[in-house]
Design a protein around this ligand. Structure first.
Ligand code: 3HC
Length: 285
C-alpha cells in the first residue's frame, strides 16, 4: 500500500511540524486540533516557516506554494480523516484519552487507513484493542524538532502486520527521515530509554545541589558533545510531557522511582512547561 494522504491529529509541539514535514515531502496533509488557539498558532508557524525558507534560499517560491497547497489545517477530526491513508496521532500522553481517540478514528476512517501513534512511550498494543483493526495500529515516533530531526522509530508489536510496517517505513523515508524498526515493543523505545538515563541523572544532580542546571547543560555540551544540554532539551520537548510521561509510568509500575522528579513537579504545577510557555528552566520571554 502506498501512502499519499496523511492526517495529523494534534497541532501542538510535535504535530504541527510532522504535518509540515509531510506536506514538504509531497503528501496531501490535513492537520487538526481541538484547541482553536493551537490550530491558529500552527497555521501562523507554517506560513512563517515557509516564507523564511524562501528568504533563506532553502526553498523556491514554487515549492513553498506547493507545500501550502498540500497542507490544510481543519477544525474537526471528521474533516481531517476523509479518504486518509495514514493517521499520525500526536496528542496528550494519556492512555485513556488516546484509546478513546483511536476508537473514534476506527469508526470514522476508511477501512484501509493505518492508525499510528507518535507517543513517546506508550506502545501501540495498549491502544490497538480499542479498534477493530489492530494489525493497522503501530508506533511511528518522531523527534523534536520534527522538521530537523532525521530519526523515526517504527515499532512492530506482535499485532502489527508486515504490510503496515512496510507502508509506514516507506512513508517515513519519503518524508526524508531515517526510520529504524523495533521488532519488539519496549517502553520508551530506543532513544527515550537512552535519553531518560541522562535526564534522570541530570535532575538528580540538580536536586542534590551538586551544580546549577546551566552548568550541567554546559557539562553535557562541552564534555559529551551533545548539541543541547538535558535541561535545554527538557524545555524544548516540554516539561508537561515529562510530567505526564512520569505519571503514566508510575501509574503502571507503582514504583516511586518512576514518579516525575520534584523539580519537574514544581515546574509543571507553576505552568513553566518550557519553551512553548515562555519559561521552563530557562526564560524565553
Ligand atoms: N523548529 C524547526 N526548525 C528548527 C528549530 C525548530 N525548533 N530549531 C532549529 N531549526 C532549524 C533551523 O531552521 C536550521 O535550519 P537550516 O540549517 O536548514 O537553516 C537548523 O535547524 C539549525 O538551526 P540553528 O543553527 O538555529 O540551531 P542548532 O544548530 O543549534 O540546532 C537543534 C538546533 C537542531 C534543535 C539542535 O540543537 C539539536 O539537534 N538539539 C537536540 C535535539 C534533540 O535531541 N531532539 C530529540 C529530543 S527527544 C524527543 O524528541 C523524543 C520525544 O519523544 C520527546
Amino acid at each position: 500500500m502506498e501512502i499519499k494522504k496523511i492526517t495529523v491529529i494534534g497541532a501542538g509541539n510535535m504535530g504541527h511540524q510532522i504535518a509540515l514535514c509531510a506536506a514538504l515531502s509531497g503528501f496531501e496533509v490535513k492537520c487538526t486540533d481541538t484547541n482553536p488557539d493551537i490550530l491558529a498558532k500552527a497555521i501562523a508557524f507554517a506560513n512563517n516557516y515557509l516564507n523564511e525558507r524562501v528568504t533563506k534560499g532553502k526553498l523556491t517560491e514554487e515549492e513553498a506554494n506547493k507545500t501550502k497547497q498540500n497542507l490544510a489545517f481543519v477544525p474537526t477530526i471528521q474533516e481531517a480523516v476523509v479518504e486518509t491513508d495514514l493517521v499520525i496521532e500526536a496528542i496528550i500522553e494519556k492512555l485513556d484519552v488516546k484509546r478513546k481517540l483511536f476508537a473514534d478514528l476506527d469508526a470514522m476512517c476508511p477501512a484501509h487507513t493505518i492508525l499510528a501513534t507518535n507517543s513517546s512511550y506508550i506502545v501501540s498494543s495498549k491502544i490497538a484493542d480499542a479498534t477493530n483493526r489492530p494489525d493497522k495500529v503501530c508506533n511511528m515516533h518522531f523527534f523534536n524538532p520534527a522538521l530537523v530531526m532525521k530519526l523515526v522509530e517504527v515499532v512492530q508489536g506482535s499485532h502489527v502486520s508486515n504490510e503496515t510496517v512496510d507502508a509506514v517505513m516507506n512513508a517515513a523515508k519519503k518524508m526524508n527521515k531515517t526510520p529504524v524498526l523495533l521488532h519488539k515493543e519496549i517502553y520508551g523505545f530506543l532513544v527515550n530509554r537512552l535519553l531518560q538515563a541522562t535526564r534522570q541523572e541530570a535532575l538528580k544532580l540538580l536536586d542534590m545541589g551538586v551544580a546549577s542546571f546551566e552548568d550541567i547543560d554546559t557539562a553535557a555540551k562541552n564534555g559529551l558533545g551533545y548539541p543541547m544540554g538535558p535541561f535545554q532539551l527538557l524545555d524544548l520537548t516540554g516539561i508537561d510531557l515529562a510530567y505526564h510521561v512520569g505519571m503514566e509510568k508510575y501509574k503502571e509500575s507503582g514504583d516511586a522511582a518512576d514518579r516525575p522528579s520534584p523539580t519537574v513537579v514544581e515546574k509543571f504545577t507553576k505552568g513553566d512547561f518550557g519553551k512553548k510557555a515562555g519559561k521552563g528552566f530557562y526564560d524565553y520571554e
